[in-house]
Design a protein around this ligand. Structure first.
Ligand SMILES: NC(=O)c1ccc[n+]([C@@H]2O[C@H](COP(=O)([O-])OP(=O)(O)OC[C@H]3O[C@@H](n4cnc5c(N)ncnc54)[C@H](O)[C@@H]3O)[C@@H](O)[C@H]2O)c1
Length: 269
C-alpha cells in the first residue's frame, strides 16, 4: 500500500490530487482546515477506489496540529511514501497598501506551512525514501506587479524546494516543485486584496484557463514519480520564464509595461 498526505486537499487542486493518487491505488490522508468538506472527500475516495483514505484536521500554520497529524499517520500507516505541501492562500495589493498582517498571513500559510510539512515529515520519508512535492506557482518564477506577498512566498517555496532536492537526494527522497499559472479553483474565495479589481482579474484569468485542476494533478503524479524537479504545466508562461533567464533586460522591460497596464486596469475595474 502506497500512502500520501496532501495538505489543503478538501478543495481545488488538493482535491484533484487526492483523486489522482487514490485512483492509482494510493491511500490518502486529506489534511485541511475544512472539516466537513475534507471528511466528505475522504469517504468518497475510500468508497470509489477502495483505498484507506481519511481526513485529519490541519491548519498548516499550527505546530501542535502538525505533531498531531504526524502521530495519526504513524499510528495508522507506520510510515509515509509521499507528501504534497499544497495548502495555500492568495493576496494582492501594492507594497504600501496591503496591510502587513495580510502580508504575514500569506507568508505564514504559503511559506511556513510548507516549511512545517517538510520539517515534520522529512524524518519519516528518510526511513525508506519517497516523494515530496511543494506547490509553489508560476508566481514563484515570474513576479507580476502588485502581488509582492504572494510572489515572495512562492519564490521562497521554489528556493526551499531546490535546497531540499539536493539535501535529500542521498536519502532517496525525490523533491519536486510545482509552478503552474492560473487554473480554476476556489483560491479567490478567501483572497485578501486591497482592491476588488485584483480579485476580478484573477477570476477572469482562472475562467479563461484551458488547463483544469485535474490536468495539473495528472502532471504532478507523472512528473513527481519520474523524479522531475520543476513541474511546469502552462506552455506560454514557461516560454516567458525562459525569456527571463536568457534575455533578462528584455524581460524586465516587458514586465514594466505589464505593470503600467495592470495599474490602469485595476483602476478601471
Ligand atoms: N488556482 C490557481 O490558479 C493556482 C495557480 C498557481 C498555484 N496555485 C496554488 O495551488 C495551491 C492550491 O490552491 P487552489 O488553487 O486549489 O485553491 P483552493 O482555495 O481551492 O484550495 C486551497 C485549499 O487549502 C486549504 N487551506 C487554506 N489555508 C489553510 C491552512 N492554513 N491550513 C490547511 N489548509 C488550508 C483550503 O481550505 C483549501 O481546501 C495553493 O498553494 C495555490 O497557491 C494555484
Amino acid at each position: 500500500m502506497k500512502t500520501i498526505l496532501i495538505t489543503g486537499s478538501a478543495s481545488g487542486l488538493g482535491e484533484a490530487l487526492a483523486k489522482q493518487y487514490a485512483k492509482n491505488g494510493w491511500s490518502v490522508c486529506i489534511a485541511d482546515i475544512q472539516q466537513d468538506a475534507g471528511e466528505k472527500r475522504a469517504a468518497e475516495l475510500s468508497q470509489t477506489h477502495g483505498t484507506d483514505c481519511f481526513f485529519h484536521a490541519l491548519d498548516v500554520t499550527n505546530d501542535e496540529q502538525w505533531q498531531a497529524i504526524y502521530n495519526a499517520v504513524t499510528a495508522r500507516w507506520q510510515g509515509l511514501d509521499a507528501i504534497i505541501n499544497n495548502a495555500g492562500v492568495a493576496s494582492s495589493g501594492d507594497i504600501d497598501d496591503l496591510p502587513l498582517k495580510d502580508f504575514q498571513w500569506t507568508v505564514d500559510v504559503n511559506l511556513m506551512g510548507v516549511v512545517k510539512g517538510c520539517y515534520y515529515f522529512t524524518p519519516m520519508l528518510k526511513k525508506k525514501g519517497g516523494y515530496m512535492v511543494n506547490v509553489a506557482s508560476m508566481a514563484g518564477l515570474l513576479h507580476m506587479p502588485s502581488m509582492s506577498a504572494y510572489n515572495a512566498s512562492k519564490a521562497a517555496v521554489v528556493a526551499l524546494s531546490e535546497t531540499l532536492c539536493a539535501e535529500l537526494d542521498s536519502y532517496n527522497i525525490k523533491v519536486s516543485v510545482l509552478c503552474p499559472a492560473f487554473f480554476q479553483t476556489n483560491l479567490t474565495k478567501n483572497m485578501r486584496a486591497t482592491h476588488s479589481g485584483g480579485i476580478k482579474i484573477a477570476n477572469r484569468l482562472m475562467e479563461k484557463s484551458s488547463i483544469s485542476a485535474a490536468d495539473v494533478a495528472a502532471k504532478v503524479y507523472q512528473d513527481s514519480l519520474a523524479g522531475k524537479f520543476h513541474i511546469l504545466t502552462h506552455v506560454r508562461e514557461n516560454m516567458l520564464w525562459r525569456l527571463k533567464r536568457f534575455l533578462p533586460s528584455l524581460y524586465m522591460s516587458q514586465i514594466k509595461k505589464i505593470g503600467k497596464k495592470f495599474n490602469t486596469k485595476m483602476t478601471q475595474e
